[in-house]
Design a protein around this ligand. Structure first.
Ligand code: GDP
Length: 296
């Protein structure tokens, strides 16, 4: 489970405070030190950790007094608040176009789970909104990716648009024309990924963006890559101005660094998390629930 160690260590650091009627500055410093180490070990971005600890100390030492809470409980509440803020506070939603179709462009590095997540998101929209999506196969450099998307389309009984064509922007334009004709309410565009960010990839994605004019540019990030995932998110965001992130493979991430860093590093919300390989394994991301889960 994500956050296992982090959760255990933060809970331990705070446990020392809960029993106390009075909490000294030294107690707060000791707990802060422990929490800081726990966050760094969870692979949370260094600067995010620094800002977080500063906030905790300021608020805890400033002794916000709240009637019924003991000082120890008060500090737990502060940590809970600030963890929630770190992850974005409110649950974020996809943007909806004023007229159908709502266009969702999916971007991300190869192997992060982009193609699978296109399928998951299509299923989610079908289940929650009875949507009739069209998927566009825009990852033309990996024939396997096109086949994979077609298989997903078959599984969901959803049309997949593909074309034997070298210009991705043209494929996307043609796919969108078909969606308008067929009155699909959502279009999900799978795009190419690379093992690492390169200029050619970014330029191609910018071209696709210009043609598709997407309502959502959703970046898919592998949670297992920790704060490196957050850095990748920052780079994609600078070039493409992404609207949100889907964090995949959270089921295999024991640390939680990406989940905790992405919002603070990019300013962009996590929309969903991938919790397994099956198309049904997509869940909404709720910062307050995540924070409560960490604090136990
Ligand atoms: P792409 O190259 O980014 O399109 O990645 P794929 O969609 O092909 O996924 C790469 C691998 O990650 C596949 O084996 C997927 O089954 C797996 N995968 C995708 N999302 C998740 C997830 O949320 N949890 C787990 N455990 N595996 C996932």
């Amino acid at each position: 489970m994500a956050f296992e160690n982090l959760s255990e260590r933060i809970q331990k650091a705070l446990k020392n405070l809960t029993g106390k009627g009075k909490v000294s500055e030294a107690d707060i410093n000791a707990a802060s030190r422990e929490i800081r180490l726990a966050l760094l070990e969870a692979d949370v971005n260094f600067k995010v950790v620094k800002d977080f600890i500063k906030k905790i100390k300021e608020r805890a030492l400033g002794q916000e007094v709240q009637g019924s809470l003991t000082p120890g409980q008060q500090i737990i509440k502060i940590v809970n608040d600030e963890l929630t803020k770190m992850m974005g506070e409110e649950a974020a939603k996809l943007n909806k176009a004023p007229h159908i179709p709502t266009i969702i462009m999916m971007v991300g590095l190869q192997g992060t789970g982009k193609t699978t997540t296109v399928g998951k998101l299509a299923k989610y929209l079908m289940d929650t909104e009875k949507a009739r999506p069209l998927l566009i196969a825009g990852d033309i450099y990996r024939p396997a990716a096109i086949d994979q998307l077609k298989q997903i389309g078959d599984q969901l009984s959803v049309p997949v648009f593909s074309e034997d064509e070298k210009d991705v922007a043209k494929i996307v334009a043609d796919g969108l024309a078909q969606a308008k004709e067929a009155k699909n309410d959502y279009v999900l565009i799978d795009t190419a990924g690379r093992l690492e960010i390169d200029e050619a990839l970014m330029e191609e994605l910018e071209r696709v963006k210009a043609v598709a004019k997407p309502d959502n540019i959703v970046l898919v990030v592998d949670a297992m890559t920790g704060q490196v995932g957050a850095q990748v998110a920052e780079t994609f965001d600078k070039r493409l101005d992404v609207t949100g992130v889907i964090l995949t493979k959270l089921d295999g991430d024991t640390r939680g660094g990406a989940a905790l860093s992405i919002r603070a590093v990019t300013g962009k919300p996590i929309l969903f998390t991938g919790q397994g390989e099956k198309l049904s394994e997509l869940e909404g991301f709720y910062p307050d629930r995540m924070a409560s889960r960490i604090l136990g």
